[in-house]
Design a protein around this ligand. Structure first.
Ligand SMILES: Nc1ncnc2c1ncn2[C@@H]1O[C@H](COP(=O)(O)OP(=O)(O)OP(=O)(O)O)[C@@H](O)[C@H]1O
Ligand SMILES: [Mg+2]
Length: 241
């Protein structure tokens, strides 16, 4: 568990709201959500289907425009009164954020190494440097032995670890995951959660994961409960590793 007394939050959301559509078709997906997540914390977003979990993750990941609120990422004010303060959100994402999706979303015609290296090349690394760093990351995630494999040849757990390597490629300090263990058995889910915690500690990062997965609840420091777009409650977990 992190010490939050003197640390600055990596993610600070204040009064975030998001609605889709207007009038009769309006859906209030997030209502006045405020959260703070600190370095080295592993935090879960939990709630029924449609409660706003993915919407919240996408707002934090700067891939969805909120309707109102303010947001600070890694000590930088990025959103104020529902307006982005940066014009280049793609660069902001590349600099600060790693995304892990439920299904691994690997590019099917690139091998494991190139799936990871691609992100590095997008960030401006040359091909050789990108591939070297990709192999290093795959080794770190203990899938180095599969570095030349195409995604279709990887097991679910291996593919998810390659996807995690990709999310980490640019050393983001904010890692967002939408149901990262949903497709895995409990042993593999445990391995992925151990890895995420190791990352949080070793890279001084914050991990925010949406989950329905009861077998991993005890792996989180805190759980935010969402209901109808509102933060319902917060559970602290004294047992988390
Ligand atoms: N692009 C969109 N356009 C319109 N409504 C949307 C859009 N995206 C989400 N919504 C609505 O916003 C609400 C929150 O959706 P969200 O995907 O965040 O839920 P969730 O908690 O992730 O659900 P699940 O557990 O099923 O993944 C839902 O009512 C959904 O229908
Ligand atoms: Mg969702």
């Amino acid at each position: 568990m992190s010490s939050t007394a003197d640390a600055v939050p990596l993610v600070r959301l204040t009064g975030i709201s998001k609605h889709f559509g207007e009038g009769q078709t309006r859906v209030d997906a997030l209502r006045d959500v405020s959260i703070e997540v600190y370095p080295r914390e592993v935090v879960a977003l939990l709630g029924p289907s449609g409660s706003g979990k993915t919407t919240l993750l996408n707002v934090i990941g700067c891939i969805l425009d909120p309707s109102a609120g303010a947001m600070e990422l890694d000590s930088e004010q990025v959103l104020e009164n529902g307006h982005w303060l940066r014009s280049n959100l793609r660069q902001l994402r590349l600099d600060k954020i790693g995304f892990i999706f439920q299904s691994h979303n690997l590019i099917p015609f690139l091998d494991a190494t190139d799936n990871v290296a691609l992100v590095l090349q997008l960030a401006g690394k040359d091909a050789g440097t990108a591939r070297n760093r990709a192999v290093e990351l795959l080794d770190y995630l203990e899938v180095g032995n599969r570095k030349g494999s195409m995604p279709a040849k990887l097991s679910g757990g291996e593919a998810q670890r390659v996807a995690i390597a990709r999310a980490l490629a640019n050393n983001p300090r904010i890692i967002l995951a939408d149901e990262p263990t949903a497709a895995l058995d409990s042993r593999r889910a445990g391995i992925v959660m151990d890895l995420l915690r190791k990352l949080a500690v070793e890279q001084d990062a914050a991990i925010i994961a949406v989950t329905h997965d009861e077998k991993i609840f005890d792996r989180f420091d805190r759980i935010y409960h969402l209901r109808d777009g509102r933060l319902d409650s917060e559970t602290k977990n004294s047992k988390a590793a």
